[in-house]
Ligand binder design. Structure first.
Ligand code: KG4
Ligand code: ZN
Length: 357
């Protein structure tokens, strides 16, 4: 009988200290034996954004307890675990190092294989925790640091179709919330207060909407929100600006996803498209509803991770670990933290001066 594989996952790339124990079951989806996430909202709230040194300190204070709790909650002993996976990048080096070091120590002590995971691969494979999705599929990865369209050909095989040329979508949500004083983290705050506003009140720009394929841009939109926010004073107008921002994002994603689906079809020669929307921003219900409308129009089936697997978590890191372990993609103990680590290493770097679209 085929042995079931069990992994301990550790995630500390940004402001969540997380550990999880995951077992792959016979249907090749996951049994989540434990999933512990400690968010640092309180530490960063007063600054309206993540402060790296504070994040690293909080990881150091919490990591042992979180890993221990994940192991205890899972009721699995260290001997029963087949490998340890920790996020190695991309992210804040001071934060990544905390999770990497404890992961390596546990692996060395227990003589288990160690895997340094790309956080983006964690998001990319995350819907597989609950649903088996055959490769290839189209991925819209929208988080606090990334906004990309990729073809997921297999574990470890990615082709980038488009990316943001400036801000990530989560960043645009966070900055909009900060400018409007709606709270931290920004994404959920903008989504919440949008419901009380008029989405048609402000006409905001849709940068590079008619050019550059499925590449994305949000900096001009953010600047427009800043300009408008300076002119308004009452809450009703604030909520309408948030609603107009959300509405504009929906229009941009609708159009760009349609282009990405076309490119996916051309490249893979597939007539039916499976689209996975993952990352923290994939929790946004308005984006989900809007993409559902598109899916009916273009015959595409959309998969979202459960809300608890959209934001940063260690279940997706353990899951990516299991998938890589099965392909014998095991790392040495000298794997180091990386601040930048694209899934498609051949993709052009799209930020900075001299960019021509
Ligand atoms: O994937 P994630 O937890 O961390 C990174 O890998 O960056 O994504 C965090 C981002 C933040 O910018 C947060 O504001 C955004 O996801 N986010 C949302 C929502 N929930 C989280 N954005 C829009 N709507 C939401 N409901
Ligand atoms: Zn993330």
């Amino acid at each position: 009988m085929k042995k079931e594989i069990t992994f301990l996952g550790i995630e500390t790339s940004c402001d969540e200290t997380a550990a999880a124990v995951i077992r792959e079951n016979k249907t090749e989806t996951a049994e989540v034996l434990s999933n512990v996430v400690s968010s640092q909202i309180k530490e960063h709230e007063v600054y309206g954004g993540v402060v790296p040194e504070l994040a690293a300190r909080a990881h150091m204070e919490n990591i042992e307890y979180i890993v221990d709790k994940a192991l205890r909650d899972s009721k699995v002993s260290l001997e029963e675990i087949d490998g340890i996976a920790a996020t190695a990048g991309p992210g804040l080096i001071v934060c990544l190092t905390v999770g990497l070091n404890i992961g390596k120590s546990i692996a060395a002590f227990s003589k288990k294989p160690f895997l340094g995971i790309n956080h983006l691969e964690g998001h990319a494979l995350s819907p597989g925790l609950e649903t088996k999705i055959e490769f290839p599929y189209l991925l819209l990865l929208i988080s606090g640091g990334h906004s990309q369209y990729l073809i997921v050909k297999d574990v470890n095989q990615y082709e980038q179709l488009g990316t943001t040329i400036d801000d990530a979508l989560g960043e645009a949500f966070d900055k909009t919330a900060k400018m409007l004083g709606l709270g931290f983290p920004g994404g959920p705050a903008v989504e919440k207060f949008s419901k009380f506003g008029d989405k048609n009140l402000f006409k905001l720009p849709e940068p590079i909407i008619n050019r550059a394929g499925c590449n994305l841009s949000f900096a001009g939109l953010k600047t427009a929100v800043l300009r408008e926010s300076k002119k308004i004073s009452n809450d009703k107008l604030k909520y309408s600006l948030a609603a107009s921002f959300q509405f504009t994002i929906n229009k941009i994603l609708y159009k760009k996803t349609k282009i990405a689906i076309k490119e996916f079809k051309n490249k893979t020669k597939k007539k039916e498209v499976k689209l996975v929307v993952a990352g923290g921003v994939a929790a946004n219900k308005s984006i989900r509803e809007n993409l559902e409308i598109l899916s009916k129009e273009v015959n595409c089936k959309i998969f979202y991770p459960d809300l608890k697997f959209c934001g940063d978590n260690a279940a997706m890191i353990a899951w990516a670990g299991i998938k890589r372990f099965k392909k014998k993609l095991i790392d040495d103990m000298d794997v180091s933290a990386k601040s930048r680590w694209p899934l498609d290493i051949n993709a052009p770097y799209m930020k900075g001066p001299g960019l021509k679209l």
